[in-house]
Ligand binder design. Structure first.
Ligand SMILES: *Cc1c(COP(=O)(O)O)cnc(C)c1O
Length: 491
């Protein structure tokens, strides 16, 4: 399987090159030259890791079967608190796919626990001796998951930029207490879009790249622009479908609707890939919070970032420029790279773009988009808990709420553990949190879900803060140079 940029299909690269580079040189995102099909019957009776192997071998053809198996085994074992990594639970009429049983309690672990293995193995195969600098912008969860995944991995240095005021207390503590000799966490005085844009700019900054090269450093990305993030996310959709059959929620062959709380469009794009590979999906439901730019886009064809950025209780979805939308438009336009170049240019120049009606109609055939307000999100957390005893985190609550009243056979994707956003959840349940510290809140949540606090969060507020750096949105390049100690000679 070869890969090329969404903006230029003539330059093909191997899967390991695509993973090592992260972003294509022309600023586009790598896509597979075709989406492979898979026979679901083949996957029946297999466990999570076996399904992962079947999917990976179709996309990551530069690794041998033994290499893939070893990487899966190393990445997907003790780090997860359940054998099959994910869980499917029937809650009221919906099935909930819990993707938060990994080391950092959010779905980002599904891909970020294996991406470091892909990279290290790829470097070995390609004889890359330079040090890889993983540049990552995070809306809260990618940061910690990437830090955990890449911590102390030889030959790799990881730098994470997060919006200073835009993440939950637990998310911040998780990141700032990260150990490891190769981890760097930087607060930026801006929002996620600022962080993501600056990181992308650093990537395409030739001068900076040259400078780093002199010191044997190369950039790569742990954001979902990296195709190595996307492929592992396809696996759980197949697993969940088979699990729904096992649990008697659907019959074999039934089509399902998948509701995904969406931010950077990576998770829902993986669901789209699963559908194209042959998973019976009737509709993908793109669920947003008050940053409802995707709702507008899917319903009207207009993508306009000239609007206020809202800080919500589902901060991992507080995004106005969803990178993976580029891949999606590429796929549904049958690989129209000229269209992608034009639209991405419009986005850069005018901060907006528009697609024509026919393409909107194509999207609408496979997708429903809607959003919920903050108030509705809190109400959903409350009513769901009162009715079923199940605690939804605010991101999951967004997807849950949007999926109500759209029929049967619904899979709601749960992207974070309630512990990550305990404060907001308690507010939703009308519990006053003014006097509560992080530990009290964790205790309250554990009482409500009748489970003990996850190990990684016990006494988290007492752990040593290891990272103190703060930078302005225009200081990312300078910060990178400082951290890597390059460029001081002639700058
Ligand atoms: C990252 C994240 C999302 C958004 O996922 P995308 O792939 O960026 O669309 C939703 N919920 C949580 C908890 C997340 O961490």
């Amino acid at each position: 399987m070869k890969y090329f940029s969404t903006r230029n299909s003539s330059k093909k690269v191997s899967s390991i090159e695509a993973i090592l580079k992260g972003l294509a040189d022309d600023g586009g995102l790598y896509v597979p030259e075709s989406i492979p099909e898979i026979d679901i019957d083949l996957l029946e009776g297999k466990n999570y890791k076996e399904i992962a192997l079947e999917i990976f071998r179709l996309y990551l053809t530069d690794f041998t079967e033994v290499q893939l198996k070893n990487m899966i085994e190393s990445a997907y074992s003790d780090q997860f608190d359940i054998e099959n990594l994910v869980d499917v639970k029937k809650v009221d009429k919906q099935s909930i796919l819990e993707l938060f049983h990994g080391p950092t309690l959010a779905f980002k672990d599904m891909a970020l626990s294996i991406l470091p293995y892909f990279m290290v193995e790829a470097k070995k195969i390609k004889n890359v001796n330079e040090k890889t600098i993983i540049l990552t912008a995070t809306s809260g969860d990618t940061g910690k998951a990437a830090l955990e995944g890449f911590k102390d991995v030889p030959g790799i240095e990881i730098i994470v930029f997060y919006p200073n005021e835009g993440v939950s207390d637990i998310q911040k503590l998780q990141m700032l207490t990260t150990e490891g000799v190769n981890t760097h966490v930087v607060a930026i005085n801006g929002n996620f879009d600022d962080a993501q844009r600056s990181v992308k700019e650093a990537f395409s900054n030739l001068k900076l790249r040259e400078l780093l090269k002199e010191d044997s450093f190369v950039f790569s990305s742990a954001n979902s622009i990296n195709i190595g993030r996307l492929i592992p996310q396809i696996v759980y959709y197949f697993y969940a479908y088979l699990e729904m059959i096992k649990q008697g929620s659907i019959y074999k062959g039934d089509s399902i609707k998948i509701s995904v709380p969406t931010g950077n469009y990576g998770n829902i794009l993986a669901a789209y890939y699963a559908k194209e590979m042959g998973l019976p999906v009737e509709k993908l439901i793109c669920a947003s919070n008050e940053n409802n730019i995707l709702t507008d886009f899917i319903n009207t064809g207009q993508y306009d970032t000239n609007r206020d950025f809202v800080k919500t209780i589902s901060p991992s979805m507080d995004i106005l420029v969803s990178s993976n939308l580029e891949r999606f438009i590429y796929q549904i336009s049958n690989g129209n790279e000229q269209l992608i170049r034009d639209k991405m240019n419009d986005l850069k120049e005018n901060k907006k773009f528009e697609i024509e009606k026919e393409l909107v109609d194509t999207i609408k055939k496979i997708m429903i988009a809607d959003y919920v307000t903050e108030e509705e999100t809190l109400k959903t957390i409350k009513t769901c808990f009162e009715k079923t005893g199940y605690l939804l985190d605010p991101h999951t609550a967004v997807a849950y709420s949007v999926s109500e009243n759209i029929g049967e056979n619904i899979l709601v994707v749960s992207t974070a553990s309630p512990y990550k956003f305990g404060d907001s959840i308690l507010k939703g349940l009308d519990i006053n949190t003014d006097e509560l510290d992080v530990e009290d809140i964790n205790f309250e949540i554990s009482q409500l879900c009748k489970e003990s606090t996850p190990k990684s969060l016990v006494n988290i507020s007492e752990k040593e803060i290891k990272h103190h750096r703060v930078c302005g949105i225009n200081e990312i390049e300078k910060t990178i140079k400082e951290i890597l100690k390059v460029g001081s000679k002639n700058d």
